[in-house]
Design a protein around this ligand. Structure first.
Ligand SMILES: [Zn+2]
Ligand SMILES: [Zn+2]
Length: 118
């Protein structure tokens, strides 16, 4: 096996890990009760049931334990309505996520181009 082939397999493994993570997120995101921990570098999924009356959710990931809001899906805002908390947050937050997604797609496409050459 040529060393570049091994390199290619490692790259594909890393990519498929990301892809499985992405698919899992897609499945979970179809559940209307799934909420994602907003803490940086966490992204733990919390399935919220019966939270309409008590919107304070807790991330169950060991070492995280962040509180966040069922309604607006952001960090818990004890003395604010969702709209007040939303107004305070940076508008960059959601666009940051779409930039990450575009980078991931570009990585996938450039990988396919290499496959075609071999
Ligand atoms: Zn968390
Ligand atoms: Zn809220």
């Amino acid at each position: 096996m040529h060393p570049t082939d091994i390199h290619q397999i490692v790259a594909n493994d890393l990519l498929s890990d990301k892809f499985e993570d992405f698919m899992l997120r897609r499945v979970l995101s179809m559940d209307p009760d799934t909420r994602w921990c907003p803490a940086p570098d966490c992204g733990f999924a919390v399935i919220a049931t019966g939270c309409a009356g008590c919107p304070k959710l807790k991330c169950e990931r060991p070492g995280c334990g962040s509180y966040f809001c069922y309604h607006c899906k952001a960090e818990w805002h004890p003395n604010q309505t969702c709209d007040m908390a939303r107004a305070q947050r940076s508008p960059m937050f959601s666009s940051h996520h779409s930039i990450t997604f575009m980078t991931f797609r570009q990585m996938t496409m450039s990988n396919h181009a290499q496959d075609a050459k071999c």
